[in-house]
Design a protein around this ligand. Sequence first.
Ligand SMILES: *Cc1c(COP(=O)(O)O)cnc(C)c1O
Length: 389
Amino acid sequence: MQKSERLNKIPPYLFAEIDKKIAAAKAKGIDVISLGIGDPDKPTIPAVVKEMHNAIDNPKNHDYPPYEGTMDFRQASVDWLKRRFNIDIDPKNEIISNIGSKEAIAHVFLAFVDPGDYTLVPDPGYPVYKNGTIFAGGTPYSMPLLEENGFLPDFDKIPEDIAKKSKIMFLNYPNNPTGAVCDLEFFKKAVDFCKKYDILLCHDAAYCEITFEGHVAPSVFQVEGAKDVAIEFYSHSKSYNMTGWRVGFVCGNKDAIQALGTIKNNLDSGTFKAIQQAAIQAYTAPEEETKTLVEMYKERKDVLENGLKELGWEIIPNKGTIFLWEKCPKGMTSEEFATLMLEKAAVVVPAGIGYGKYGEGYFRIALTQEVDRLKEVIQRMKDAGIRYQ
Ligand SMILES: *Cc1c(COP(=O)(O)O)cnc(C)c1O
């Protein structure tokens, strides 16, 4: 059976070896603690679950949904954007629902990228930006996210000929995997760059509600004129513990939204209307609930950061997401460190190289385990003599 060229071009799965070792350790009855999973460990907020019980009983919700999302969901999303960012999005033609952001991110490349085209993607970064480009026949160009630049790409370093051949730029702040955040000034630079080279600016706002130390994540549409070149991807997954529900939206430039919509209405038939009805409740959930969620991640982050400091780490400042991004001990590749952590401490931490070549030398920790488990991680590292130096 001959597979497609496009499938062969996807980079090999880097964690196959370590996955085997994890499975082997678990089979031996070893208590493996995984800090690998970027999936919230808490249930969906109650207001959403409660509404789902009503919504599913209503036969009006059982047929095909409108491909662009129900008007109620789009209107509620637009109202939330207005309250949250003070931005104006037209519910009629500047927003569509998605089946989770991953779906919409993967599909946007099919709407804009042809063979020979480039895309500008963050490295390290969410793998879908690169692989979505490759599926569309394009070539991803890595914008390095370097620690010395606060993990923001330096647009001046992008070669002019690449910029001219690029159709899409992806940004993602608060950033997975680095936990870095950005300000409006940075978004303004991105908008200017994309206008100059006629590039669609795609901002992935998956973690916009999970920020620390008083940081309030901006929307790219707070930059004047951003709607000329930009779209923004929103997801209920991380903000409201809804990864399994597959719902969110994309908003911004009317032509871009329509183009993505045309791809989508040929490939999928939208999100179950009952889910959209329930998802609206997330916007009206008491602020307390999001606050509690963020406080929970902050407590976990503090436990790990303080523990790592005791073990000689210099912590990388991090104001958002559910991840820490830290350096591997000197002289160790990220895969070597991940292997050491598994074999000596039975702790799973993904190697930075899995997020791109500029992720080498780092590892990611997901804050999706309870505090006592995180304390156990630090204790196991102490017992195994794993230190930064
Ligand atoms: C989790 C995540 C998403 C969204 O996931 P969905 O569940 O598909 O909405 C998007 N981008 C990044 C960077 C993520 O980490």
